[in-house]
Design a protein around this ligand. Structure first.
Ligand SMILES: [Zn+2]
Length: 188
């Protein structure tokens, strides 16, 4: 099961890998895919805290209250900070983050989650809380590497020099390990 959901807000992307999702966009679309495929979502991996990658959390967490939310300490911090997660720009999508007990903070490196090996890679620059994940043959890059666009580095916590380093690191990783790049946005 390997599905891309084309979210409505800012064309962000959510992916299903088995019982897990990467980023949490349109809650209704995510729950529909879960229902149609009889999936109980057990974990949500976040690539960063920006609102277009997290706005579906209330709906998904209401349906799957035991799901874990995997992310870095910095992303965790941003989930309840409207300046860091940019929800102050899009107040209609903002929500009070009430799932601290579900959060599992990950550090860079390889983790065994249930039976699945995942590797988390810190790749700051787009924001100061960017992480990518290697799961199977996939590299989920969030907004740190977009195959069809330049990485956006004009947010308050962006750093364009770090972003260049991160992009290069991710491209090399994908090349050397022959990973499929799955970025945090889809293209029309
Ligand atoms: Zn972003």
């Amino acid at each position: 099961m390997d599905v891309l959901i084309k979210n409505g807000l800012l064309q962000s992307a959510t992916y299903f890998i088995g019982n897990y999702i990467i980023d949490c966009g349109d809650g209704d679309a995510i729950l529909k895919v879960a229902k149609e495929n009889n999936i109980k979502i057990s974990g949500i991996f976040l690539t960063h805290c920006h609102i277009d990658h997290i706005y579906g959390l209330p709906k998904v967490m209401r349906r799957f209250p035991n799901a874990k939310i995997y992310c870095s300490e910095m992303t965790h911090k941003g989930l309840s900070d409207e300046t860091l997660n940019l929800s102050y720009i899009l107040p209609e999508f903002s929500f009070p983050f009430a799932y601290d007990d579900n959060v599992v903070e990950l550090t860079e490196g390889v983790h065994l989650i249930d039976d699945m090996e995942i590797e988390m890679i810190i790749c700051n620059g787009h924001s100061n809380d960017c992480q990518s994940y290697i799961i199977g043959g996939n590299l989920f890059t969030g907004d740190a590497l977009l195959p069809f666009a330049k990485v956006f580095t004009k947010w308050p916590t962006s750093n364009k020099y770090l972003a260049i380093d991160s992009e290069l690191k991710l491209r090399q990783l994908a090349d050397v390990r022959r990973l499929t790049i799955r970025s945090g946005h889809w293209q029309k």
